[in-house]
Write a protein that binds this ligand. Sequence first.
Ligand code: FES
Length: 591
Amino acid sequence: MLGRREGDVFPVIQTAGVIGYLLAAPLVAVCALALRRPAGAARARSVLIVFHLLFLPLQFLFSFGNFEPLAGMALSAVFVVLLKPRFPKLGRRARKVWLTVHVGVAVSWLGLSLAMTVLAFAGLTAGTHAVRHGAYELMHLFDLVLVIPSMAVAVLSGVVLSLGTPWGLIRHRWVLAKFVIALSLPTFAAFAESKWVRSLQALTKDPAAEPGGTGVALAVCLATFTVLLWVAVVLSVVKPGGRTRWGRGSDRAGRGPGQGAVQASSDRPAPARDTPVTVTEVRQLAEGVVALELRRTDGGTLPAWQPGAHIDLVLPSGRVRQYSLYGGHHGHGDEGAPLAYRIAVLREADGRGGSVEAHALRPGSSAAIRGPRNNFPLVEAPAYVFLAGGIGIIPFLPMIRRLDAEGADWKLLHRGRTRPAMAFADELIRRYPGRIAVSASDTDPRPALDALLGAAARGAAVYCCGPAPMLDAVSAAMRTACPHGRLYVERFAAAERPPRAADEPFDAELTRTGAVVRVQPGHSLLEAIREFEPALDFSCAEGVCGSCETRVVAGTPEHRDSVLQEHERDRRDVIYPCVSRARGRHIALDL
Ligand code: FES
């Protein structure tokens, strides 16, 4: 295919190309065979990746005077993708440089394609020999001197940009579509367009010769190139289509194996760091409630935590659930880093499977944790009222332990389905006589919330954790009976919010990198940010766990999370991007 032909230009380069392919063929064949053997597969893969990356620009040189190497470049690019290389991510400055090169050259390619299309139609329709032949001569010259370099640099810079950033080559539909366009154009140019140009350039030396069918095919081909390049430009700007299955797969591959009150949940991948833990104790606390003790698998200590904190438990299946901490084990006294965490899990047979899986854990089972995080801290107040529904008692256990030790003014109303299902009721009554009211909905009347809250001291902190109807009832009662107190709630799941107008697109500026991401309706701010900052922590993706908390530098957030308390909902310094959006067209984030 690469043999010398009459009329070929750059014979030295062409000969070099022949030698290059003759040397490359056995190397690739040997490495391909080695890929099948476990012993040498890793090295063969590395050699192939490096070889194809070096061979890409070499083939560009070979393509002067002989266009088949352009198809070879496309094949090498495909091989690199299939070999799944891991590239170091580009720094901010390097990314800007490559982006500038890529955009600049891609625009030149588009301009050239447009010029070639005009020349093709000029050659096809020209009434004089001079214009007809001149058009094809010019096209031949453009092909050699301008089109090939701009095509090659555009493809190469696009590949570097894709591999050196979180975009990847095949993770996003829009990048993949651009990649296919970028590879198909050189391939088609090598096997058809350049040959048609050459033959028309030779043919039209004869003043009587007409471009005929070849001229029509060339004009149509170049017009199609121009349209496809415009499509690529539009794809770069709009970035439609979301992730491919490989993109979703790479998210999952990037993560490790890893209720108390907070039981928001997610089966979605999260980037947070997991700490492997082993279940060291499983204890039945009440009907459907087990306590799990978790220790680091490597025997090390765990981060200290404060009352109200929770952890993400990463179950063996990869499900992630949030559970409040209520105890642990310290090597020496209650101070310092704990050796174990204790959580309680209510089994919900009709839930999404997390609690059932947690109940199947046994001593020795492996899991992972993230955190702890505290969205429900104990505030300073002259008095405290705790309202616990069912398993919502868990975050209050360490709170009242601390407050009681400090001699604070506090009381607790604990409501549950049945007494046997209320894990700590008897112990609490015994330990804190006179401060606890326990009520079971199968035997006792509904407690008089208004009276209880109305009696709270001025400035009291009212803490509530339980099912949504209970939180709603307490919120309503606070407004009428206890405007002199402040309510703090922790939700089991995302709060129901009233219907709102359709989402509007907005721009989020990531001030540390200078990137601006567009957030389209139907897409979350978190998704958009993670295109550029894949390391941004998140877990529940429902606005409950608080792990995606991000500082706002400018703009106004529209809070849709269930983390902020009612009196915090006009905060402008923080946002939970998994669910919240911007009011207006722009928001700037400290990312
Ligand atoms: S990921 Fe849980 S609040 Fe955003």
